[in-house]
Design a protein around this ligand. Structure first.
Ligand code: HEC
Ligand code: HEC
Length: 204
């Protein structure tokens, strides 16, 4: 009798595990890759196509590797998005306050033995570029608006996303960190196609 209820219990656990694991495995796969602009050619309406391209690029924009440096406050986050330890602050120039400068710990390259990520000029994105806890529609509006994107044209945004070393770090984030999906080149191609099709924003 005992053994039988144990069997039923184990079967139940197996079913729950399968239900819980299967969708995340499927989701995980598509979330790790980026579709190419070509895959969106079938969407006739340019605004709908443009918004769909941005949603695909959003897999990168809303990945922790980007969000941790574009946080919702004055403190970077780390890992999957929990607050940075030690509790450093952005400071006047985004490079930290006097006693806790980012570059004291973050060097020009990753230092894997200490798990410290690095890239030249490691610092925090300005508060106007905070993306954490924002919807993709909000991020889209921010990225487009010169008053909030550092005074950049859309062409400069394409250039920044395609070539900037801090952006590029997200695909070479050092030991123990999940890279952003796809490649920086594939991401840059999506952003360029988004701009070329009118830079429309998704509804949410
Ligand atoms: C006292 C050393 C120290 C200082 C100062 C410091 N950091 Fe860090 N930071 C670390 C370490 C160590 C990690 C890695 C933590 C881990 O992943 O285990 C880290 C991780 C991060 C990450 C997470 C990267 C990711 O996606 O996982 C970001 C973003 C970051 N730091 C930004 C900053 C910024 C911006 C500053 C300056 C305002 C700063 N840090 C100052 C030590 C420091
Ligand atoms: C180490 C911190 C850091 C990481 C990681 C990071 N950014 Fe940034 N980002 C910045 C800073 C700082 C700025 C402000 C511009 C500057 O000073 O270079 C910025 C600005 C931007 C801008 C504004 C446009 C512009 O031309 O200034 C975009 C777009 C951007 N980042 C995209 C990304 C994307 C996409 C990722 C992830 C793939 C990412 N960033 C990861 C720090 C970071």
């Amino acid at each position: 009798m005992r053994r039988r209820s144990l069997q039923i219990l184990m079967a139940g656990v197996a079913v729950i595990a399968a239900v819980a694991l299967l969708p995340s495995a499927v989701r995980g796969q598509s979330a790790r890759t980026l579709r190419s602009p070509h895959d969106f050619a079938g969407i006739r309406d340019p605004a709908a196509r443009s918004a769909a391209l941005f949603v695909e690029a959003g897999k990168v924009l809303q990945h922790p590797r980007c969000l941790n440096c574009h946080p919702a406050g004055d403190r970077p986050s780390q890992g999957t998005g929990y607050p940075h330890q030690p509790p450093v602050q952005r400071g006047a120039d985004g490079l930290g306050v006097t006693t806790m400068r980012c570059t004291t710990c973050h060097q020009a390259a990753n230092f894997d033995p200490g798990r410290v990520p690095g890239s030249p000029k490691w610092h925090l994105a300005p508060a106007s570029m905070a993306w954490q806890k924002r919807s993709l529609a909000e991020i889209c509006a921010q990225v487009k608006e010169p008053a909030r994107n550092g005074g950049h044209s859309l062409a400069e945004i394409v250039e920044h996303m395609s070539r900037d070393p801090l952006v590029g770090w997200a695909w070479n984030p050092g030991a123990g960190r999940e890279p952003a999906p796809g490649t920086q080149a594939a991401f840059g191609a999506l952003i360029k196609a988004w701009v070329d099709s009118g830079a429309a924003c998704p509804a949410r």
